[in-house]
Each structure stands twice: as structure tokens, then as C-alpha cells.
Design a protein around this ligand. Structure first.
Ligand SMILES: Cc1cc2nc3c(=O)[nH]c(=O)nc-3n(C[C@H](O)[C@H](O)[C@H](O)COP(=O)(O)OP(=O)(O)OC[C@H]3O[C@@H](n4cnc5c(N)ncnc54)[C@H](O)[C@@H]3O)c2cc1C
Length: 237
């Protein structure tokens, strides 16, 4: 079956942190997806707009929200990154194909560990908002790792959600925090073991840089004893 293409119009482009943009698009008619899936953008090279290549980006919005939300971490010299910085503006029209992928929330009562570095937090916004909206009371831990305070974003959203949902726990982990930082210092994986109560009743979702995803998946299986079927990863290659 051919995956459909959709034309989407940019409604907002916001720099959230150094090299991290939030993009909001009008949701096209007929486009449905599950929280955590991704789309492929048709990306032109600036010197030749007919030379198109696909680039994958996770949907950060929930299936119920009226707009489509994305987080884009710029890659120096990258095709989408250059296009985004130089040409994509409010009103720009882009083409996406999708949705794709199986990085969706398994429906059970297991504790959920969502582990993200940088832009890898994108699919977890959708997962968490969607689960909470439908009254899901399973325990959820969101680990968000970045280098320093400047690299954090969406923390207000998650702090507000945490304040109104006692089953959501937020762990901000900074690898190079300033001396003033009162929260966790180090890598996300340093703090995960302390929240695992029963590895067999724990689902792990990890998203971000491929090396980090592979490292945490391996540790989850070999050290934390989380069963293979409960470990899910999306590497941002
Ligand atoms: C399922 C999935 C979901 C994803 N979701 C997201 C997301 O939500 N947010 C996000 O930020 N990222 C996401 N990614 C990652 C994103 O798709 C990649 O980082 C993408 O390659 C960036 O596109 P780009 O066109 O900006 O860079 P690219 O053109 O792909 O280049 C990436 C880097 O490689 C360098 N490069 C390119 N070609 C060459 C070459 N020939 N020789 C040497 N160096 C080269 C570029 O200079 C650049 O630094 C996702 C990836 C996957 C697989």
C-alpha cells in the first residue's frame, strides 16, 4: 500500500534552546496517527528544490491535538537543518508522508520509564499527554537528559502535568550543569535503577542519540534485568 503524502502549513517556528526548534503545523485533513509515530518530510536541497530526500521526525503532538508538533535538533550542514534555518517560515508549505513506526505505548499496567536525551523527548510528550488524558494511572517516570540548563525545554509543561498527576515523575539530568543547579547531575542511566521496582513489570522506552539508545537498551537487558519484550528504542540516526 502506498503511504499517503500530505501538504502541511507552518503555523509557528520557535527556537526553544540552542540548536533546537519547535515547529507547529496545521494538521491536514485525514491525517491520523498514534502517539510516538514519526513522519518523513520531503526535504529539498536549497540549490535545487526538485532534488528531494526524506528526513524522519517524531510527532510530538497527541492524536487529539489540532496541530502537528515537532522538535528539530539542528545538524551542522544537514539538509533539513539548513532548509529550516534559512527558508522555513510561518506560512511555508511542506510535504510529509506517514505516519510510520511502532514506538507506541504498550497498553498494560506496567510502570513506564521514558528516557530521552535532547530532541528524543519529542515522542514522549505525545505518549504522556495521551495516556494522562485518558485517565491512565500507571506509574510513569520521564528522564530528560541534556548538557546544561540552557538546553532544557518543555520543563514547564511537564512540571505542570506532574503537579496535577501524582503518577508522573520528572527527572531532569544535566551532564554539565552550572554550580547553581539543584537537580540531578550526570547521565540519565545513572538514575534509572533507583526507580525500577520490579523489572518484569516495567516497560522501558528510550529515544535520542543512537549510541545512548543502544547503551541503555543493553544495560536494561543485562544489568537491570528488564525483559527484552519490555524494552523499546528509537535511535535518531
Ligand atoms: C524514526 C526517527 C525519528 C526521528 N525524529 C527526530 C526528531 O523528532 N527530532 C530530531 O531532531 N531528529 C529526529 N530524528 C533524526 C533526524 O532524522 C536526523 O538527525 C536527520 O538526519 C537530520 O536531518 P538533516 O537533513 O538536518 O541532516 P543530514 O543531511 O541528514 O545530515 C546529518 C549530519 O551529517 C552530515 N553529513 C551529511 N552528509 C554527509 C556526508 N556525505 N559526509 C559527511 N557528513 C555528512 C551533515 O553535515 C550533518 O551534520 C529522527 C530519526 C529517526 C530515524
Amino acid at each position: 500500500m502506498v503511504t499517503p503524502s500530505y501538504s502541511i502549513t507552518c503555523l509557528r517556528k520557535t527556537l526553544l534552546a540552542p540548536n533546537v526548534y519547535e515547529l507547529v503545523f496545521e494538521r491536514p485533513k485525514g491525517f491520523t496517527f498514534k502517539a510516538g509515530q514519526f513522519v518523513l518530510f520531503d526535504v529539498p536541497v536549497l540549490s535545487n528544490p526538485t532534488d528531494l530526500q526524506p528526513r524522519a521526525y517524531s510527532l510530538a503532538s497527541t492524536p487529539d491535538e489540532p496541530d502537528l508538533l515537532f522538535i528539530v535538533k539542528l545538524k551542522e550542514g544537514g539538509r533539513f537543518s539548513v532548509w529550516l534555518e534559512q527558508q522555513i517560515e510561518v506560512g511555508s508549505s511542506l510535504t510529509i508522508k506517514g505516519p510510520f513506526g511502532f514506538f507506541t505505548l504498550r497498553q498494560n499496567t506496567n510502570d513506564c520509564l521514558f528516557v530521552a536525551t535532547g530532541a528524543g523527548i519529542a515522542p514522549f510528550r505525545g505518549h504522556i499527554l495521551d495516556a494522562l488524558k485518558y485517565g491512565n494511572t500507571r506509574t510513569m517516570h520521564l528522564f530528560f537528559g541534556v548538557r546544561n540548563e540552557d538546553d532544557l525545554f518543555w520543563t514547564k509543561t511537564f512540571k505542570e502535568l506532574k503537579a496535577s498527576h501524582s503518577n508522573l515523575h520528572l527527572h531532569l539530568c544535566l551532564s554539565r550543569a552550572s554550580p547553581d543547579w539543584k537537580g540531578k547531575r550526570g547521565r540519565v542511566q545513572d538514575f534509572i535503577p533507583e526507580v525500577i521496582k520490579d523489572p518484569h513489570a516495567t516497560d522501558l522506552y528510550v529515544c535520542g542519540a543512537p549510541e545512548m539508545v543502544n547503551d541503555i537498551k543493553k544495560t536494561a537487558l543485562e544489568i537491570w534485568s528488564i525483559p527484552k519484550g519490555n524494552v523499546h528504542g528509537e535511535g535518531y540516526v
